[in-house]
Design a protein around this ligand. Structure first.
Ligand code: COA
Length: 220
């Protein structure tokens, strides 16, 4: 896939991991993505898992052969799977840097357990065909050109071939830029799945799912 400003969207490959780790660590503060606190070794383990696991995949954006963006996707909910798969690397990182044990941010995230608000929220979140956008970023000097929406477009097209009927992406409430991107790309806020810190957005690939979820607000 190539567009007017020489942008190529393709699947991420294991050879991209070093660049992906660097781009990820440049793009996220620890508050925006807690694994960054644990360090590059751990972030590398996450990308390795994403590229090896049959349920996960990633696309990258390249401009003039330079990697300028990426998006990681899971066919299902991913937090616990990812944490368990990368646990050995988490332990190694803590052994290398015992100060991590004192990280307030890490503890806050570990102890955060926000269950579903009610049965309807649980039904929506566990509906079959929901594919999860894990995280992604665009390099600082390539922002504002619509690169992330091009990455979304690749996910929309490909995820359908893996059985997706809707995409879900959770965004920190204070991430106004990401929220703006979702709004521009016509994602729908799902208030039932909102938490104290995050807003859940869906992008419906199969419109019949809207009726199945029995949403009592406009979805268009
Ligand atoms: C969120 C992010 C992926 C958006 O990527 P993008 O390809 O730049 O998105 P867009 O081009 O659609 O621009 C979105 C908004 O960014 C802002 N923007 C525009 N130019 C910008 C620039 N040069 N630098 C920073 N932000 C800019 C504008 O508000 C724009 O909205 P507008 O089109 O209505 O003006 C990117 O900003 C990023 O990587 N942020 C850090 C990581 C992150 O928050 N990831 C999302 C959570 S998983």
């Amino acid at each position: 896939m190539e567009n007017a400003f020489n942008l190529v969207i393709r699947f991420a490959k294991p050879e991209d991991i070093t660049e992906l780790v660097e781009l990820h660590c440049r793009s996220f503060t620890p508050e925006q993505h807690v694994p960054v606190v644990i360090g590059k070794h751990y972030i590398k383990a996450i990308f390795k898992w994403i590229l090896q696991n049959p349920l996960t995949y990633a696309f990258v954006a390249e401009e003039n052969h330079r990697l300028i963006g990426y998006i990681c996707v899971c066919d299902h909910a991913y937090s616990s799977r990812m944490f368990l798969a990368c646990l050995p690397d988490f332990i190694k990182s803590v052994i290398r840097n015992p100060k991590l044990i004192g990280s307030k941010l890490l503890w806050k995230r570990f102890l955060r357990r926000e269950g579903y608000k009610d049965e309807k929220a649980k039904m929506i979140a566990s509906h079959p065909g929901l594919t999860y956008i894990m995280f992604g970023a665009v390099d600082g000097n390539a922002r504002g050109k619509g690169v992330y929406i091009e990455l979304y477009n690749a996910v929309k097209k490909y995820s359908v071939t893996r059985g997706a009927r809707a995409l879900r992406g959770d965004v920190y409430k204070h991430n106004s830029v990401m929220r703006r991107v979702k709004e521009k790309d016509h994602w729908i806020e799902i208030p039932e799945l909102e938490t104290s810190e995050t807003v859940a957005y869906f992008y419906f690939l199969d419109q019949s799912m809207i009726d199945e979820l029995n949403l009592d607000y406009p979805v268009n």
